[in-house]
Write a protein that binds this ligand. Structure first.
Ligand code: ZN
Length: 367
């Protein structure tokens, strides 16, 4: 399922390959976010064109609308959204705790009010897995209990214990419903090293197909995040993919790759695009041994009003091949739908090219 192709001689970075039900994914990889079954503004053809191999969809949102039973009738999310390549779905845990009006959490699961119509919904680890089976996810994430930062240690400890118990039940239920695709466990424990180690040890006993570092990038200082990644990765199984959830900026991804992380997802490229922040190379190669060569351009600034050049002369995306900076600036100022599409294509292409260069860098022992 996960094949380790090469380990860098310079760092802990790994070059690998994921064999999933809907296809192959080269790692380290970045997963564009398709929260409600669409990467905002892009078609599947756009995603293929920029080289996306896997995307991330959101169990919580799709479960609320249109409902997993509707998607099941179409044969799964791949057919429903016309995306034949791999899909990872998160379990909905994070959204339940961050978005929903929570009513109750206990060992059985979580009860919350829907943000759409206020109706009362109960989500258990078993139900979360059934939903992801109906979506036909290539990789399903187990339901976890994610606490924010800062939190009292005793609260984080409780979250770890509940997460471990839910992981056990998910494992058991997967057999019962004959879940064929891959399932990843999620490590919690906040910024507490002992709790992180305990959480990981509990999950390893259950032999998941991969392990995700959850509960980071939730407001803790950057230094703490790095510390936890450095602490955890040497303890994680070598032969299983390692996924850092919700991270991050190119430097954070670069750093995590050097610690041996294989998979990433983040809203940054797509959300920044919509808000007028575009990632632009300052050199032909984004990745060099010591640093990353790029800057973030605020396209709405007046200085771009008459710029005739393309956004990024080293980029081969549709936006950079056919449109000027001035035109992008104009579209942005007028909040044109086309702006969102062109900006998203470019920022995602930048991230996917970054990962391609990182993979090449590992192969050549550059990082
Ligand atoms: Zn471009």
């Amino acid at each position: 399922m996960f094949q380790l192709i090469k380990k860098s001689k310079k760092s802990e970075a790994r070059r690998g390959k994921l064999q999933l039900a809907s296809g192959e994914v080269q790692t380290p990889c970045f997963m564009p976010i398709a929260t409600r079954g669409s990467v905002k503004g892009l078609t599947s053809a756009d995603l293929k064109e920029i080289g996306a191999e896997i995307i991330l969809a959101n169990t919580y949102h799709l479960f609320q609308r249109p409902g997993d039973e509707v998607i099941k009738k179409f044969g799964g999310l791949h057919q429903f959204m016309n995306w034949p390549r791999p899909i990872l779905t998160d379990s909905g845990g994070y959204q339940v705790f961050s978005l929903a009006q929570l009513r109750k959490i206990d060992l059985a699961g979580v009860e919350f009010n829907s943000e759409i119509d206020g109706r009362r919904i109960f989500l258990s680890p078993e139900r979360a897995l059934e939903i992801q089976k109906n979506l036909n996810s290539d990789i399903a994430m187990v339901l976890d209990y994610c606490v924010g930062y800062p939190s009292q240690k005793v609260e984080v400890q409780r979250a770890v214990e509940i997460t471990s118990l839910w992981a056990q039940r998910s494992r058991k239920h997967a057999g019962k419903i004959n879940f064929q695709n891959q399932i990843f466990g999620i490590i919690q424990g906040g910024i507490f090293k002992d709790l992180r180690t305990q959480s990981l040890a509990d999950l390893i006993k259950l032999d998941f197909d991969g392990y995700a570092i959850g509960g980071l990038a939730v407001g803790e200082p950057e230094r703490k995040m790095k510390e936890i990644i450095k602490w955890l990765t040497p303890q994680m199984p070598i032969n299983k993919p390692r996924y850092l959830m919700g991270v991050g900026y190119p430097e954070q991804i670069f750093e995590a790759v050097k610690n041996g992380v294989d998979m990433f997802d983040c809203v940054i490229p797509t959300r920044h695009a919509r808000h007028g922040e575009l990632f632009v190379r300052t050199n032909k190669k984004i990745v060099t041994a010591k640093k990353l060569n790029y800057q973030i351009i605020p396209i709405g600034k007046k200085q771009y009003q008459e710029k005739r050049n393309c956004l990024d002369r080293f980029c081969s995306c549709e936006t950079c091949c056919h449109y000027s900076v001035a035109y992008l600036h104009h579209l942005y100022k007028n909040n044109e739908l086309l702006y969102h599409r062109l900006a998203t294509i470019h920022n995602l292409k930048f991230y996917l090219d970054l990962m391609k260069e990182i993979r090449l860098g590992i192969e050549n022992n550059l990082l």
